[in-house]
Design a protein around this ligand. Structure first.
Ligand code: URP
Ligand code: ZN
Ligand code: ZN
Length: 462
């Protein structure tokens, strides 16, 4: 039976308009001013906004750091995603040293397949580059993995500058996209050692060991190497004004640079590292939270469309037991924070309602731009006939408060505890099936793997 979502306002990056939307099977069939019911199941969306299903292209579910396993796996993480309005996530399949990419991808499918409550795709994080791994890039593309992550920090994951150059050229040739974690790993190690030697062992030493220039230097180096390899590139979790300035310089030379930031860099600042009772450990992530000036810069960049995407870097560890590992030494606190469940509400409340971005930009930055960059458009990220019917019926009149006591994320805190929010999904449709109703997951484990294509951001796409 077809479904009609009636009386809502469709939001797209190009504009918003009142219309009805008809779903046939798992696709959007038709969008028109008035659609006759004709026996269809009708959902009244009067007063609601209809967004394309949100996409979070930066999650770490069921990932081990070597000392801690993330609190959220694909079961809890994707339930959190869907209840908040995120219908697709792109998680980081991560290659262990000595492992093939094929094996890493197999491992991630085993974690996600049949378990996920939203659709899912994988970036491949390469940690061990060698000639046989090079030969696997084509296989990854054939398997629908067209984006790759590289780390310039973390000793167990990072690649050298030479490897970065080689991988950029290799991925350019298959029209894929590299996203890089930009921090200078050597400097971070040195500064951590300095802090420990000085007996500065509390979480307050975490941001001090990863100052803004550590990000900016890595961004600059990455972008010079990208220029030499003639590849469009993505920067993940950009957190500083200094790093952003490097992006502007590269773009002024004509380079194609795409930038992601995360809600925690917009909403939270470095004052969180001075809390009592080790509470600051909750906010230990890398890059760390920054100054108010950095936040302001990132919001302005979103307003000016200079930042392309907002994803979460959801990487959750329980405060009790897991963050606790670093009580006597900040450098042992597992890095990362939860966020996949709350990104749409946080961005709607503090972005759209506070006039920092428009709702149309929200549709772009949380959905369409991400789909285009990562080779999923117009299957995902679009309100078009023929696109997957991933629809968020957003109730802008809802008022609530974020609390860890009522969330799907399986972690014992949220960095947004007590934050007032406006708006939430009244209903979420995943490929035509309603999976959320008024804050409740009504159908779980319905997610399917998204086989992605090359990025749109290669020259022949214009
Ligand atoms: O602290 C963070 N961000 N942990 C997750 C891994 C990463 O760097 O993205
Ligand atoms: Zn990272
Ligand atoms: Zn990450």
């Amino acid at each position: 039976m077809s479904k009609i979502i009636k009386g809502g306002t469709i939001v797209t990056p190009k504009g918003s308009f009142a219309a009805d939307l008809r779903i046939e099977d798992n696709k959007i069939a038709e969008i028109a001013e008035q659609l006759p019911a004709d026996g269809a199941e009708v959902l009244d969306a009067t007063g609601c906004l209809l967004f394309p299903g949100f996409i979070d292209a930066h999650t770490h579910f069921d990932m081990s750091t070597g000392t801690a396993l993330t609190a959220d796996n694909f079961h809890s993480g994707t339930r959190g995603a869907i209840v908040g309005g995120t219908t697709t996530i792109v998680d980081f399949a991560t290659q262990e040293k000595g492992e093939t990419l094929v094996q890493a991808l197999k491992n991630w499918h085993a974690k996600a397949d049949g378990v996920s409550s939203c659709d899912y795709a994988f970036h491949m994080a390469i940690s061990d580059w060698n000639p046989s791994v090079r030969n696997e890039i084509d296989t990854m593309v054939a398997e629908g993995v067209t984006s790759f992550k590289l780390y310039l920090a973390y000793d167990n994951l990072r690649v050298s500058d030479g490897e970065l150059y080689e991988i950029l050229k290799c991925v350019r040739d298959v029209h894929g996209i590299i996203g890089v974690h930009c921090e200078n790993g050597d400097l971070v190690n040195e500064m951590i050692a300095e802090k420990r030697a000085a007996g500065e062992l509390t979480p307050a030493a975490h941001p001090a060991s990863r100052p803004d220039f550590v990000e900016a230097e890595a961004v600059s180096r990455y972008l010079y190497i990208a220029e030499a390899s003639d590849a469009p590139v993505n920067i993940v979790h950009l957190s500083t004004k200094l790093g952003f300035d490097e992006v502007l310089k590269a773009r002024a030379k004509g380079q194609k640079v795409y930038v992601e930031t995360c809600p925690h860099y917009l909403m939270l600042d470095e004052s969180r590292y001075n809390l009592e009772n080790f509470e600051s450990a909750k906010y230990v992530c890398s890059p760390p939270l920054r100054k108010k000036e950095d936040q302001q810069c990132l919001w302005t960049a979103l307003k000016n469309n200079d930042i392309d995407t907002v994803s979460t870097d959801h990487c959750s560890f329980n405060f009790k037991k897991q963050k606790e590992q670093g009580r006597d030494d900040f450098s042992k606190i597992p890095n990362g924070m939860p966020g996949v469940e709350h990104r749409p509400a946080v961005m709607y409340t503090y972005g759209v309602c506070e006039n920092r971005i428009t709702k149309e930009q929200m549709a772009a930055q949380l959905s369409e731009n991400t789909a285009r960059l990562f080779g999923m458009y117009p299957q995902k990220g679009a309100m078009l006939a023929g696109s997957d019917a991933d629809i968020v019926v957003w109730d802008p009149s809802f008022k609530g408060t974020i609390t860890a006591q009522h969330m799907q994320q399986n972690v014992d805190y949220t960095p947004y505890e007590g934050l007032a929010v406006t708006g939430r999904p009244k209903a979420v449709f995943l490929r035509g099936q309603q999976v959320v109703q008024d804050g409740e997951v009504i159908a779980e484990h319905c997610g399917a793997y998204v086989h992605r294509h090359e990025s749109e951001y290669y020259p022949q796409h214009g």
